[in-house]
Unconditional design. Structure first.
Ligand SMILES: Cc1cc2nc3c(=O)[nH]c(=O)nc-3n(C[C@H](O)[C@H](O)[C@H](O)COP(=O)(O)OP(=O)(O)OC[C@H]3O[C@@H](n4cnc5c(N)ncnc54)[C@H](O)[C@@H]3O)c2cc1C
Ligand SMILES: Cc1cc2nc3c(=O)[nH]c(=O)nc-3n(C[C@H](O)[C@H](O)[C@H](O)COP(=O)(O)OP(=O)(O)OC[C@H]3O[C@@H](n4cnc5c(N)ncnc54)[C@H](O)[C@@H]3O)c2cc1C
Ligand code: SF4
Ligand code: SF4
Ligand code: FES
Lengths: 462, 296
């Protein structure tokens, strides 16, 4: 037995090796390791960790079952609150959620809740355990728009309540950001994402890909012509932002979404796939969130020297701590407290560099983080052939602009109550489409809440 | 899967396919496009909707072989099926909106189609004909053997002019020169729609600006998702950055920055494995004839 203050270490691919492949970085706990790590949980009477989890997974209860090697029981406990544990265990920002509150974290290292959750979900998948649907069909048709975490969760929960659910997805694969955004090395597509989608299918949910709501068919038509009595919108926040600086239209400037979509959804990195990707030699990634880390580590794996240019300091990096740590180990260079002011373009219209200005931190702004201020005269040039803009995204106006009575706020986010009710009768929404870009678990939580609200809505109608 | 119910070779490198896609056929309008993906490994290829049959649930596409994916598409036959076929995407042509019909009827409209651009022009002209609007259509092509859709177009256009660069058929010259000739002969137009290779649209716009004819063009930048999610299709129109897939594909041609758009379209030209493309280097790869004369 090791030191109880320290986590059971988890095996990872060696940084040098993994920097050249797209296999998963973290290999996960073995049974023995999981049981040992579970042994560090104090099974607190008032578990702080649960309060840190947006969907309130009964953490001590499932960890207790891991300790006892009742992995199936542990999976059942997690499944009561979460539809995508194999995903959340991998991508939740645990350090600021469940693990950030864990009592063990005061003196030593928090219990590795995320890693244990992942272990349980992986174990269940490998042992062919699927969530069950014991409900009887109630004949009510509900449409779910978008197959990201919010849509999948809402669809699964509604199916479990007996609804006849169809998910409509614009792209040719199900999963939303989980397939087009988050890379393979963090979240394996076939092994994890497809399996989670299959679980939702196993509950009786139907999926229709290649349907763009607002173009192929509108929400009003779904309700009037196809008999859907309620709709959940989980269409995410996919519209990328740019900086609006000179040179941004040059060849070699990409949104992180384009770069990641080419690589993840279209599998540009794999032999035999037709979609190309620019394999830069020297890449500048602008931004400091999870998306920036994913773009940087993808470019690195495609063979580039990669610089992350972020306008605040390391402490303010919004990405998950684990991703920053992994990126550094792999050789991503962080140019902090700097911001691009211009993209330099050669005669052919391609990127040849990036002019950046140095920043210092001033007074805290509305977000509570210290505001970066430019240092006059500190501009200098970074030579590069590719610039990836990772500045955030906002909801796509396609649905709001084609649906009568569906209101948005200034930022283009759908207006919805805590329960997910929009300004249009029988239409609910949740996830990034309502909050703007956030996290997988918050999107899932919103899908869950909305599913319950939709059920309430039907009950109150009858 | 989306079965191919008909395939026709229109010229050496241009093919027509009718594809079963009921959801697309149900809601589409002229000016919109689809994205097709051959199979798991395929690219997402944007193509304009060239005709539709709501009763049959089919969409007609016309494409020209310019690179690996269109080459691969041309190998498919009747009875085969596409893995993915999504649409309609983009905004419908503003001429083809019921609510503005009265305004449209007052206009004297000329269409200029370059090469494979004839395909997207056709549904607009057809729609206008069905709604009692008169149109003039100019089809420009490098030579007679790559000219297609002549009979179909003749049925729906009130006046049809054919122009070939080499003089092998119709007017000897390009689309621009034909338009100039018509204007010189006293014809008056107050609205122009130009669809074809970017270089051709650029030169049409230079001319119509001089002639004072408002001009709409249909842009075909490189796309990935076609839903507004990636920004690959961004263009500068006036002072604004627009996403062609959701804001377009049609824009005010006098405001489009064509030079930038053309530079962006070359983005993947140097990518590995684009052997077929290399052969064509120097030609344009916008799915058009590339020899409309604008580049000469
Ligand atoms: C690169 C990247 C890395 C990230 N890393 C993390 C992380 O490590 N941890 C974390 O918690 N969060 C992370 N996030 C954020 C997280 O992925 C999102 O907050 C979450 O996916 C939002 O879920 P959603 O269901 O609201 O929408 P999305 O996942 O965006 O799914 C929306 C779906 O709706 C579809 N859609 C949109 N419009 C239409 C329409 N009109 N018709 C039909 N379908 C439509 C889209 O194609 C998409 O599939 C990351 C995001 C990105 C982009
Ligand atoms: C809205 C829209 C409508 C279109 N409609 C039609 C149509 O009706 N018929 C038709 O034949 N073509 C059309 N195109 C163009 C067509 O999508 C491209 O010719 C096709 O994607 C090329 O694929 P490829 O793999 O064969 O060639 P690639 O090898 O991918 O491309 C050859 C070269 O052409 C350039 N290229 C790639 N994609 C495009 C593009 N979309 N536009 C311009 N250049 C590109 C690149 O520089 C590339 O290296 C349309 C494009 C758009 C965006
Ligand atoms: S879902 Fe996320 S926040 Fe909740 S316990 Fe799991 S890892 Fe922690
Ligand atoms: S707070 Fe930490 S120690 Fe306490 S129950 Fe939660 S995980 Fe276990
Ligand atoms: S093609 Fe991706 S935003 Fe237009």
């Amino acid at each position: 037995m090791g030191d109880v203050l320290v986590r059971v270490p988890i095996s990872e691919q060696d940084p040098k090796v993994r920097a050249t492949n797209f296999e998963e970085v973290c290999l996960g706990y073995t049974e023995e390791e999981a049981v040992e790590e579970a042994g560090r949980c104090l099974n607190c009477k008032k578990p702080m960790c649960v309060g840190g989890c947006p969907v309130s997974i009964n953490i001590p209860a499932f960890i207790e079952q891991v300790k006892e090697r009742n992995f199936e029981k542990a999976y059942e406990i997690i499944s009561e609150s979460s539809a995508l544990p194999a995903v959340c265990g991998r991508v939740c920002p645990q350090e600021s959620q469940c693990e950030g509150k864990c009592i063990r974290g005061i003196k030593g290292e928090a219990v590795a809740i995320g890693k244990l959750e992942r272990f349980v979900a992986d174990w269940a998948r490998e042992n062919g355990i699927k969530p069950k649907n014991t409900s009887t069909p109630n004949g009510h048709k509900v449409a779910v728009i978008g197959s990201g975490p919010s849509g999948l969760t809402a669809a699964g929960d509604l199916a479990k309540l007996g609804y006849d659910v169809t998910v409509f997805e614009a792209l040719h694969e199900m999963g939303g950001v989980l397939v087009y955004g988050i890379p393979e090395f963090r979240l394996p597509k076939d092994k994890v994402v497809k399996a989670e989608v299959e679980n939702v299918k196993a509950l009786g949910v139907k999926f229709e890909k290649n349907v763009i709501i607002g173009r192929s068919i509108t929400i009003d038509e779904l309700m009037e012509k196809e008999g859907y009595e309620a709709v959940f919108i989980g269409s995410g926040a996919g519209l990328p932002m740019f900086m609006h600086i000179p040179g941004e239209q040059a060849n070699g400037v990409f949104s992180a979404n384009e770069y990641l979509t080419r690589n993840n959804l279209m599998k540009a990195f794999k032999e035999g796939y037709d979609t190309p990707i620019a394999r830069g030699k020297k890449v500048v990634v602008v931004g400091g969130g999870n998306v920036a880390m994913d773009a940087a580590r993808t470019a690195l794996r495609l063979g580039a020297e990669v610089h992350v240019v972020y306008r605040r300091s390391e402490a303010e990096l919004p990405a998950r701590a684990e991703e920053v740590h992994h990126a550094k180990e792999e050789g991503v260079i962080f140019d902090l407290l700097q911001n691009p002011v211009e993209i330099l373009v050669n005669e052919e219209g391609s990127v040849r560099g990036c002019k950046v200005i140095k920043m210092e931190l001033g007074e805290p702004d509305a977000s509570g983080r210290r505001r970066p201020v430019e240092i006059p005269g500190s501009e200098y040039e970074i030579e590069c052939d590719t610039v990836i803009m990772s500045l955030g995204t906002s909801p796509n106006p396609l649905i709001s602009s084609t649906t009568s009575g569906l209101d948005t706020n200034k930022k283009g986010c759908l207006i919805a109550t805590e329960q997910g009710a929009t300004t249009k009768d029988a239409v609910f929404a949740g996830g990034d489409a309502v909050t703007g870009a956030a996290t997988v678990i918050l999107a899932m939580g919103a899908g869950k809440t909305a599913a319950a609200a939709i059920d309430e809505y039907f009950k109150s109608k009858n | 899967m989306y079965p191919i119910v008909k395939k026709e070779k229109l010229s050496d490198k241009i093919f027509l396919m009718v594809v079963k896609a009921p959801r697309v056929a149900d809601g589409c309008l002229p000016g919109q496009f689809i994205i097709v993906k051959i199979d798991e490994e395929g690219e997402r290829i944007p193509l304009t909707i060239c005709d539709y049959d709501r009763a049959e649930g089919t969409i007609t596409i016309v494409f020209q072989i310019v690179g690996a994916s269109t080459e691969r598409m041309a190998l498919l036959n009747e009875g085969d099926a596409f893995a993915d076929f999504v649409g309609p995407l983009g905004q419908p042509s503003e001429l083809c909106l019921e609510e503005d019909l009265e305004e449209t009827k007052k206009k004297s409209i000329v269409f200029i189609a370059g090469g494979v651009g004839t395909a997207p022009v056709y549904p607009q002209v057809k729609w206008l004909k069905e709604h009692g609007v008169k149109t003039t259509v100019i089809i420009g092509a490098r030579s007679k053997d790559i000219l297609f859709y002549e009979d179909e177009m003749r049925e729906v256009a009130d006046e049809l002019y054919l122009a070939t660069d080499d003089g092998s058929y119709g007017f000897h010259g390009n689309g621009c020169q034909q338009l100039q000739a018509l204007v010189d002969a006293g014809k008056k137009y107050d609205h122009c729609v130009a669809i074809g290779p970017m270089i051709m649209m650029k030169f049409v716009c230079l001319l119509t600006k001089e002639l004072g004819i408002p001009t709409v063009v249909s842009m075909n930048p490189i796309m990935v998702d076609g839903t507004g999610m990636c920004g690959a299709c961004r263009l500068v129109v006036g002072d604004e950055v627009k996403f062609a897939c959701v804001d377009g594909p049609e824009f005010d041609g006098h405001l489009v920055d064509f030079d930038q758009a053309m530079a962006r379209a070359k983005q993947y030209k140097t990518e590995e494995g684009r052997a077929l493309l290399k052969q064509q280097e120097g030609d344009t790869h916008h799915g058009g004839c590339g020899h409309c004369g604008g580049d000469k």
